[in-house]
Design a protein around this ligand. Structure first.
Ligand code: UDX
Length: 426
């Protein structure tokens, strides 16, 4: 088997995991990143982010099949060039493609030096048409090459943070959007050792598949939240309802957990980008807008439930348990704890907060709330508490609640039972 040479542009969470996993499957990988600290850390076998299994791969592969660099010197020799730079949310909600444009132009300039057929693949989440209408012309212009000398592809990722290495190495399917047979064969041979269904599409369809998958998962969550809001009004537990509903194989049991709503670097941003591109295409995305609206409302519902039991929150001591957007990460991007804390502050509450990993990150958003080292310390003398993140350790909380001045607990993640506990949707 010919060993593939892969240059991965962007050493963030997607690029690093992609590069490391390809390197662990015998490709020769260079990760290119402009941050010298990140490059040095990778070359020292120190993962700049926490991902289960990543350290082991860096230990095995750095210096053998994996290296990092701030230069584009590996590009001329690469068989495949993977673009893994960020596509943040622009001011109007559309995907900001400026990093993509920069990366593919820089790559194109160095591809000029190559004598062989190369394939440039976008892994970043980009709107349908980006590879064909933006990336391809930019690379051809920068490289001065003819169309048949470069193949183009789109290979979306479906990785969950914290489980990204596992998800990369054990995918449900691999989507390969290719602009021709040669580009497809090159991408398929990179994934040769993956014994799983490979779906060939056009680049634009692959781009749409990524948005659609995320939008559907976000829809399942908002749908469960809406059913949960109805169930609560009727005195029912949405978890009992959804666990039976999820046994229908047409529906499936996953992503039906009602509660505080979804956060993270993908769902809110990608659904928003899809709303934006639907509107630009002349379609009113009724369901997608509702998905976002339900999600925005859930933290406010939790505060209202708290107010119903605590009364006016001004001067009250309220504990917020969980700051990360989900468990097992220190990532707070779009965490539902952010609007919840903001609403508590607006109402004049004194906020104490606890998270096993994310307190430092949150202290940059809210420097003026009290961060505690344990859940017990945050709960001590509190007039009320909110549970915002599904950290497994919260399931074992019980005695700690007796430290509160009044035992009023609004659970946003279905973690605890007992006196004074009320769920947001159950
Ligand atoms: C998600 C997708 O799962 C992944 O395929 C995509 O590539 C990136 O976005 P991630 O953001 O890492 O991954 O986290 P995920 O585990 O999917 O959870 C996202 C958010 O939804 C979290 O805030 C979580 O608390 C919430 N969630 C998840 C629910 O509220 N209910 C659920 O049933 C599942």
């Amino acid at each position: 088997m010919h060993i593939m040479r892969v240059s991965v542009i962007g050493g963030g969470y997607v690029g690093l995991v992609t590069g490391a996993c390809f390197a662990s499957r015998n490709a020769e990988v260079t990760i290119i990143d402009c941050d010298p600290k990140k490059v040095a850390a990778i070359n020292r076998k120190e993962p700049p982010i926490y991902e289960e299994g990543l350290l082991e791969i860096l230990n095995d592969c750095v210096g053998v099949t994996l290296s990092a660099s701030h230069s584009y010197d590996s590009i001329p020799d690469a068989d495949l060039i993977y673009i893994c730079v960020g596509t943040p949310e622009g001011a109007d909600g559309s995907a900001d493609l400026s990093y993509i444009r920069q990366a593919v132009t820089d790559a194109g300039r160095r591809m000029q030096e190559s004598r062989k057929y190369q394939v440039l693949v976008v892994k970043s989440t980009v709107p349908p048409g980006t590879v064909q209408n933006i990336v391809k012309p930019a690379v051809l212009a920068a490289s001065g090459k003819r169309e048949e000398e470069i193949g183009f592809g789109m290979n979306p990722e479906f990785l969950r943070e914290g489980r990204a290495v596992h998800d990369f190495l054990n995918p449900d399917r691999i989507v390969l959007g290719a602009d021709g047979d040669d580009a497809y064969s090159r991408m398929a041979s990179l994934y040769e050792s993956f014994d799983v269904m490979k779906i060939r599409t056009s680049p634009a369809a692959a781009e749409m598949i990524k948005y659609t998958a995320n939008a559907f998962l976000a829809t399942k969550i908002s749908f469960s939240n809406e059913i949960g809001n109805i169930c609560k009004q009727l005195g029912l537990d949405v978890y009992e309802v959804m666990s039976a509903v999820g046994h229908d194989s047409r529906i499936g049991p996953l992503f039906l957990n009602a509660g505080a709503g979804f956060g993270g670097s993908c769902f809110p941003k990608d659904v928003m980008a899809l709303v934006h591109l639907a509107t630009a295409a002349g379609v009113d995305p009724i369901i997608l807008k509702a998905v976002l609206a339900v999600n925005e409302n859930q933290p406010g519902r939790m505060i209202r439930l708290l107010q119903e039991r605590c009364g006016d929150l001004a001067g009250k001591r309220i504990a917020v348990l969980g700051l990360a957007f989900k468990d097992n990460t220190d990532d707070i991007r779009e965490s539902r704890a952010i609007p919840a804390i903001q609403l508590l502050k607006d109402a004049g509450a004194y906020v104490t907060a606890y998270d096993p990993m994310a307190a430092t990150a949150m202290s940059e958003v809210f420097p003026d709330i009290e961060y505690c080292r344990t859940a017990a310390a945050a709960l001590s003398h509190a007039d009320g508490a909110l549970i915002m993140t599904e950290w497994p350790e919260f399931c074992t909380l019980s005695e700690e609640f007796s430290l509160m001045r009044r035992q009023i607990i609004i659970d946003g993640r279905h973690m605890v039972t007992g006196p004074g506990v009320e769920g947001v949707c159950w």
